[in-house]
Every structure is written in C-alpha cells, then in structure tokens.
Design a protein around this ligand. Structure first.
Ligand code: SF4
Length: 195
C-alpha cells in the first residue's frame, strides 16, 4: 500500500482515529491475525531443584536479561524440568507457585543473628556467619567429644550438637555432608527430605 504525502497530512490533521487509519488502508484485521510471540522466546534458562519438600523436583527457571554482567536478571516463569528423572516436567501447586516465593518481600536472602535476650535480628555477612558457626562447633566439640564409653570401648561420638541438611541438596552434596558430619562424630543428623 502506498500513502501519498497529501493523504498522510490530511489524516494527521483530522487525528488518528480508527476511521483515519482505515482511510490510509491499514486493516485492524491484519494486525489481529498476527501470531503472538511465545513468552519464553528470549528468556535465559537455569536448572534448579524445588526447595519445598522431599520429592526434590527438578525446575527450569526462566529469567529476563541476557546474562551479561551489567544486565539485571529477573526470574519471571518457572516450570518442571522434563528431563529430570524425579518429576519429568511435572510440579505440584507449591512448586508451580515458586515465582511468588522468589519475589516475596519476606524471603530470607542473607544470614541474620539474634543475640541472646534480644528481639532484634541483625544482618551479618556470610563470612561472619561461617566463622561463628565454625567457632561454636569447635568449642562445643572440644568440650563434649566422647572418645570411649564407660567400658573403654571406642565410640568417637559428639552428642551435644545436631545438624540439619536441606532437601534441595543433590545426591552428591548429601553424600559429602553425611561424610563430614559423621567424621565429626555427630549422631543427631537429619534432613527434612529424609534422603
Ligand atoms: S514441586 Fe511439589 S512435590 Fe515437587 S519438590 Fe516441590 S513441593 Fe515437593
């Protein structure tokens, strides 16, 4: 379709209403017939594991941003991973609603510390958190480690500290966690997933 200069100014002078658009020969029918772009076309995919329960379903998280260092990425869609052997693409309603969990203003994103007797949580760095946990574990183990029982049998156990692992751990990280905790002598070890 060709629009002359004269036709163009005539339409602009009258305002670009729908009848004016029609005068130029643009058809709304053609525009409406266009195929809508698939919403995940330009997303970046990241695989992860649902953090909620023991099933540990595999996820694909779709985010905006081209993964360049100066681009701010934001997850806008999550679906089940069809290649994951546990869920084969399915998610229960909790897993399907994970986008809300990710963007919740109440989500805990960094370590916090509440001193004894205080009602205030204070933000601390990961370095401070790891150093404090390691210090407290070492002190408690030095004080309470039991090498032998009352009959002299070697038991190498540490009963005053417990450890809880996350259900989203992979088999490999679960295996390593188990090895470390048992090597320290801790018996009270659990996982919300019981895996
Ligand atoms: S999607 Fe549902 S079943 Fe799967 S791990 Fe998450 S909470 Fe559990």
């Amino acid at each position: 379709m060709r629009v002359t200069r004269r036709q163009f100014f005539k339409v602009c002078a009258g305002g670009l209403g729908s009848s004016s658009v029609a005068m130029l020969g643009f058809s709304p029918g053609d525009a409406l017939a266009e195929v809508r772009e698939f919403k995940l076309t330009r997303s970046s995919e990241t695989r992860n594991t649902c953090p909620y329960c023991s099933v540990s379903c595999g996820l694909i998280m779709h985010s905006l941003g081209d993964t360049a260092k100066n681009a701010v990425s934001s997850i806008f869609h999550i679906e089940g991973d069809p290649d994951h052997p546990v869920n084969r693409g399915t998610l229960c309603p909790k897993g399907a609603g994970l986008v809300d969990f990710i963007h919740s203003p109440n989500r805990l994103k960094y370590p916090e510390y509440r001193a004894p007797g205080s009602s205030e949580w204070k933000r601390i760095s990961w370095d401070e958190a790891f150093t404090r946990v390691a210090r407290l574990m070492k002190d408690d183990r030095d004080k309470n480690f039991v090498a032998t029982n009352e009959t002299g049998v070697t038991v190498n156990r540490w009963l005053t500290t417990g450890f809880l692992a996350a259900s989203a751990s992979s088999n490999e990280s679960g295996y390593i966690t188990q090895k470390i905790i048992r090597n320290l002598g801790i018996l009270a070890f659990d996982n919300q997933a019981r895996v």
